[in-house]
Design a protein around this ligand. Structure first.
Ligand code: GLN
Length: 234
């Protein structure tokens, strides 16, 4: 695959925490690997493209989160996501997006059905969890850093595994685990954007999306960036 399609879902609703930057990081990292990318911005009124390789959802406050859910439940959008998952496409969903792709969540004091793509439910907590978060990713096997800001607490069902073990911060709310993963579907509470703070995770998503392995980056600029990042982000 020489070109990958990155689908940025509802940037106008799910852009509050800067997670839209994940699309740019993917495009930037892809360049190092010789892959060209197209970023497809899908607005609230637009249908999802059927041929995306990576679908991205970001964080949002409750009202925007509910609008995004409604749009994703409209028309053929949910089927398109199901087919995309069957094709092996990648989904990265952050915070509000993570809650949306789960079975149920609470927003604005009401419980709603999510998209049911990940076996998790989210419930409201008694205080907002805000601050830096560090985890050891269960998938990558090494440390990820990010920033969290959410009311929701997420409980994993038997069909999902945690995405990270919490080192500092709260994650899903128990200070033990963050996010959930099932195949190529990734949910996390980590903003940052997560891919800007953890470019190796972007490489993993590109690997998963294309079926090719890109772990060995030899470009000096990329390597310099990676070692700089390790020094400044402790
Ligand atoms: N509204 C959700 C919550 O507070 C998600 C917040 C977010 O995306 N940062 O749990």
């Amino acid at each position: 695959m020489s070109q990958i399609r990155i689908v940025r879902i509802h940037n106008e609703l799910l852009g509050t925490y800067g997670d839209q930057g994940n699309a740019e990081v993917l495009a930037f990292r892809a360049k190092f690997h010789g892959i060209t990318t197209t970023i497809i911005d899908v607005g609230y009124n637009d249908p999802l493209p059927t041929n995306g390789d990576i679908y991205l959802l970001g964080g949002a406050e409750d009202a925007a989160q509910l609008l995004s859910l409604e749009a994703l439940q409209r028309d053929d959008n949910l089927n398109i996501l199901h087919f995309a998952i069957e094709r092996g496409a990648v989904i990265l969903a952050v915070c509000a997006g993570f809650q949306i792709i789960g079975n149920k969540f609470w927003a604005n004091g009401q419980e709603v059905d999510g998209l049911g793509l990940l076996d998790v439910i989210s419930v409201p907590g008694d205080k907002r969890l805000v601050g830096d978060i560090k985890t050891i990713s269960t998938v990558l096997g090494f440390e990820l850093t990010g920033f969290e800001n959410h009311m929701g607490r997420t409980i994993l069902g038997s069909g999902a595994e945690a995405f990270g073990k919490v080192v500092t911060g709260n994650g899903n709310g128990d200070s033990k685990f963050d996010g959930a993963v099932l195949g190529n579907i990734f949910g996390t509470y980590m903003h940052g954007p997560i891919l800007a703070r953890n470019p190796e995770f972007a490489d993993l998503l590109l690997t998963r999306a294309t079926g090719r392995k890109y772990a060995q980056i030899t470009d000096p600029l990329a390597l310099k960036y990676a070692s700089w990042r390790r020094k400044v982000i402790k």
